[in-house]
Design a protein around this ligand. Structure first.
Ligand code: ARG
Ligand code: GLU
Length: 721
């Protein structure tokens, strides 16, 4: 007996080492009162949980918006002015840019409402309320059900819950899975569809440091842009119309001029996209030692080719800047993530945890029966999945990711329906219109010589990266017809394909008849595209899907088991693009032996980095003048201008543009990145190394006021001195 008690005590102490630190976690706003309020107040917060999230009164949450598909924005004026990152508004700013009016390069400031630029494809949404619906979702679910039957019951329940919730009004309603399908929450949202660009700094400020500094500290990026929400005369969301008026929000976030000190309490309120904190060691190994290295290598090859073209021509730079930023962002993040896990001994830590888990499982027959085989099953499943993941990365990054292949695929549907003799004329017309619109966008930013280089490089890497038996058929044809010479194959594809020439494709579509479908299916780029997508659909996708479904159901069980094993631990659900609160403190860190990073950067650092010869480090002349005259107004501090700061808030992609708030809920910064050493926090959080990077709100105000002279915008905001 004594021995058993001792063993138990040992087990408990072992688990407590897996308790997360106070800084870790992305918490559900609705549950703050229950789970976090006390800790937040102990850490210095002066608000209550209800000031942050309340459905009976307006609260901070009413000012937080999901921006586009994957960023956050917040309302900072009573006239619907919203703030987000420059990199979140990037596509909108780019889409309004031309060589003559290059808003990316020069910035953009609407002088009045009439000059604000509508952004056709942009919408933002506000959470109206959320509600736990686990019991309703699980109604009718029985333990002995197969996964398939279970899924179909869930689907029916989901539909009826969503339908009931959206019936009440014009809101949208969605049920989302939490804790790998152990819990469910309903989200009711209001979607605004008329959102207009109001202001953006020049890239030399908004993207200062560019991809060189991306994911890194010390950082000096003025990463912000401004938009405005427009609504109908009843203050309700509406499609774009000239008659629309600025939105009158339920809540406007006041802006603090007080700045930050080390150890100040901060919180981030936004829409983190995806984390995977509860995976087994096999998954961490697959991600950081198999998937990341391949992705990193392929992206590096593409980026080198981009760089060689973009550095030579301003037009190509505009065309490829957003694509380049996207590729580079993933590339660098994956490097940091793999390094971070290795440095943290992340795989070993998870293995130790699994051993303890196994002990707990075998300590009693119920748990043994329920969870006995789990860890072994993970092992087997991830071994197989890992191989397919490699193939998946090659076919998507190195095959389907080639631009001319993408262009060809826009006609897949048209080709397919045209083969049917009874095809309806209307359907053909619709498909033509769709293809024309996406192709015209595509060609606006397409440069063929660049794509041809990528084409050759990617197919070469594809061929050398996998076993012959895992390659799509096209490689056998290249062997046979071109003696394995991919360049020769590229010459033929680019020489003969109609997709090499935008005027030719557009003219073809203009006069298209279904009887001409062979002209599409015989096109060499189209043939390649079809072979790649067939290979993907037949040989890779079905197997990956089966394996991932198996992992999903194992994870549901594993998550449940982990929560049972540590009943005292507060578990936060993995990020899933729903609204969350992360809190922590302003803190410096030691990234490596003998190196210490301060928590704040200043304008002095921008001047230090200034280098007219390096694109990412060109400093605007006007900014230099402001620096020389130290004209910082009320925004400066101790004779300088603060630019960015870091904290221990647990954030991820999607948190970009999220407000950083102080103990009183006032805006002190704008989240836009994480420090490189801590990018493994999507898999494992380390309080010593994980820091989120925020723009100091005073630098934002300084740029709007002193640099751009947009006083009318400052006048709209609520500044707290
Ligand atoms: N790393 C940040 C994020 O994940 C910023 C990305 C945009 N900036 C860039 N230089 N590519 O979104
Ligand atoms: N830049 C990221 C975003 O766009 C935030 C950085 C991160 O992943 O934490 O959401």
């Amino acid at each position: 007996m004594k021995f058993k008690a001792l063993l138990f005590a040992l087990l408990i102490s072992f688990f407590t080492t897996f308790q997360s630190s106070a800084d870790e976690g992305m918490w559900i706003p609705m549950l703050l009162e229950q789970l976090n309020e006390k800790e937040m107040r102990d850490m210095g917060m002066r608000l209550t949980a209800r000031d942050i999230y309340d459905i009976n009164n307006s609260s901070l949450k009413d000012a937080i918006l999901l921006f586009g598909g994957g960023c956050t924005a917040e309302i900072i004026s009573a006239e619907g002015l919203i703030l987000t990152n420059h990199h979140c508004g990037y596509r909108e700013i780019q889409s309004h840019s031309t060589i003559q009016n290059d808003y990316l390069r020069d910035g953009f400031w609407a002088q009045n409402h009439n000059e604000e630029l509508p952004s056709a494809n942009l919408s933002v949404s506000r959470l109206v309320r959320m509600e736990e619906v686990t019991a309703k979702m699980l109604a009718g679910i029985k333990p002995e059900m197969t996964e398939k039957v279970r899924d179909s019951v869930l689907k029916i329940n989901r539909k009826s819950i969503e339908a009931a919730a959206s019936k009440e009004n014009t809101y949208e309603a969605k049920v989302r899975d939490f804790y790998y399908g152990n819990e469910f929450y309903l989200f009711v949202t209001e979607v605004f569809k008329d959102v207009r660009l109001v202001g953006a700094p020049p890239s030399s400020i908004g993207k200062f440091g560019g991809d060189t500094d991306n994911w890194m500290w010390p950082r000096h990026t003025g990463d912000f842009s401004l938009f405005r929400i427009y609504v109908d005369k009843d203050n309700k969301p509406a499609a774009f119309s000239k008659e629309n008026i600025p939105y009158k929000p339920l809540y406007t976030i006041p802006i603090s001029l007080k700045g930050v000190k080390e150890n100040d309490f901060t919180f981030i309120f936004g829409f983190p996209g995806r984390t995977q904190e509860y995976l087994p060691s096999d998954a961490i190994e697959m991600i950081t030692e198999v998937q990341n290295p391949i992705r990193i290598e392929l992206r590096r090859q593409k980026l080198d080719i981009y760089e060689s073209f973009m550095s030579q021509d301003q037009k190509i730079r505009i065309q490829y800047s957003a694509k380049d930023a996207g590729l580079s962002n993933g590339w660098k993040k994956w490097i940091g993530e793999s390094k971070g896990i290795a440095k943290l001994d992340g795989i070993e830590k998870k293995q130790d945890y699994e051993q303890a888990f196994q002990k707990w499982v075998s300590s009693n027959t119920t748990t043994q029966n329920q969870y006995g085989g789990l860890i072994d099953d993970f092992d087997k499943t991830f071994k197989t999945l890992s191989g397919y993941q490699q193939q998946l990365i090659f076919v998507t990054e190195a095959g389907l990711g080639i631009e001319i292949v993408k262009a060809a695929r826009t006609l897949s549907k048209l080709e397919e329906i045209s083969r049917n003799k009874d095809v309806l004329e209307d359907d053909v017309k619709k498909e033509i219109a769709k293809a024309k619109s996406s192709l015209s966008q595509f060609y606006k930013d397409y440069y063929l010589p660049l794509d041809k280089k990528i084409f050759v490089k990617m197919l070469e890497s594809y061929r050398s990266g996998l076993d012959k038996s895992q390659l799509p058929e096209v490689f056998a044809m290249i062997e046979k017809d071109y003696k394995g010479n991919i360049q020769a194959y590229a010459d033929v594809v680019f020489g003969k394909s109609m997709f090499s020439d935008s005027t030719q494709v557009m003219a073809f579509l203009q006069s298209y008849k279904p009887s001409q479908h062979k002209k599409i299916s015989n096109d060499p780029a189209f043939i390649l595209a079809s072979e790649l997508s067939d290979h993907y659909l037949k040989n890779i996708n079905p197997r990956v899907n089966v394996l991932e479904a198996r992992v999903d159901s194992m994870m549901r069980l594993y998550m449940k088991a982990q929560m049972e094993m540590q009943p005292e631990k507060r578990f936060y659900p993995d990020a899933n693009s729903t609204l969350r609160v992360a809190y922590g403190k302003v803190k410096p860190y030691y990234p490596k032996d003998a190196v210490f990073y301060e928590f704040q950067t200043t304008l002095e650092g921008i001047i230090e980095k200034d280098d007219p010869a390096v694109y990412d480090y060109v400093v605007d002349e006007r900014l230099k003048k402001l620096y020389a005259s130290k004209d910082y107004g009320k925004y400066g501090q101790n004779g300088t201008m603060p630019v960015c700061f870091i904290g221990t808030n647990h954030t991820t992609g999607g948190n970009s543009g999220s407000p950083a708030l102080n103990a009183d809920g006032q805006l002190i910064g704008l989240n836009f990145d994480r420090c490189w050493e801590g990018t493994m926090s999507d898999l494992m959080y380390d309080p010593d190394q994980c820091r989120n990077i925020m723009l100091d709100v005073r630098y934002f105000l300084f740029i709007v006021d002193k640099f751009a002279g947009a006083h009318h915008l400052i006048d709209e905001m609520v500044l707290v001195e």
